[in-house]
Design a protein around this ligand. Sequence first.
Ligand SMILES: Nc1nc2c(ncn2[C@@H]2O[C@H](COP(=O)(O)OP(=O)(O)OP(=O)(O)O)[C@@H](O)[C@H]2O)c(=O)[nH]1
Length: 363
Amino acid sequence: MNLNKIPATIVTGFLGSGKTTLLSNILRQANGKRIAVIVNEFGALDIDAELLRSCPLECDEQTPDSAAQGSPIADNGIYELANGCICCTVEEEFLPVMEALVERRDQIDHILIETSGLALPKPLVQAFNWPQIKLHCTVDAVITVVDGPALVDGRIAHDPEQVQAQRQADTSLDHDPSLQELLDDQLSSADLVLISKQDLMDEAQLIRLQEQLAGRIGDAVRIHPIRNGEVEQALILGLESASEEHIDHRHTHHDHHHAEGAEHHHAHDHFDSISLDLGELDSDALLAALKVLVAEQAIYRVKGFVALAGKPMRQVVQGVGERFERYFDRPWAPGEPRSSRIVVIGKGLDPQQIEARLQATGA
Ligand SMILES: Nc1nc2c(ncn2[C@@H]2O[C@H](COP(=O)(O)OP(=O)(O)OP(=O)(O)O)[C@@H](O)[C@H]2O)c(=O)[nH]1
């Protein structure tokens, strides 16, 4: 290995699998390691970057500005490649950011890249073979985060037999083969697989899932279960995989598109992302409306910041499938507009209905 190369860890995984949670844990245990972060989102709002910057509740005494200065990552340590899919804009978006980081290489110990949940990691890893990047950077590892409970209960089909059985049992379940391909491609590029949300599975489910996944990845690829993104830094950083050296041999469903130079089509071509800017909302009414919408429409992911009437703190709302979570992350800054910004990602969505339902939860 060339010791002068900056190691870059690519974190990939489906929508809501737990990538941002993992990144914020890595940043929290940075211990002086200077980590530059590149975040890419499918939705038009850069919620992940803001979540990574924002302070956890323990330091709610701080204003957002002082929180950013006091945290291991200042604002300028996070680069957002929002509103698009990183694997489709490697040349236009990713390369310039990497070049900017290479310029500052004496100030950076590690680069962390979170891809959008719908991205294919392979084109990104291949970009590390471009001369201007290869000279100074290497891929330390591709870490694929899989949502344990979502795979176990079949929300994301991962086992061909399971897909078939579910199709027969319930024709309303839309197990799009493109989602299975996406999971396959994210797994085939992996140097390490993390099964997230261990707390939401029992031991038997976890063991079975580990066995199923092990059958689909190379022998050298390890699998670890994690909970709330907690994992020892030594297990995930400094793996020295040099993934760019062997990525061409990792087979994926989308290889032929690239080989032909044709525009490639993958999961996100079938996905819609709706971004709403609303005023102050009622938290319980919002949650109830979101749950109804998730039951009615093919919504995979909801996330946003919510302004609640009379509350000094901003609320974060997170939804993955039917599971929702709410917490207050930081006080609204003086003069900051108290608006609610919500992103809804799914398939064949009805934007008017979503907007009308959420608007009706106004305080
Ligand atoms: N119960 C439980 N929830 C978790 C765990 N890890 C993540 N979550 C929750 O799952 C939701 C999605 O987590 P994120 O880390 O935002 O997922 P992501 O992969 O970054 O999502 P996208 O960027 O939208 O693709 C959040 O509500 C998290 O709090 C876990 O180990 N256990």
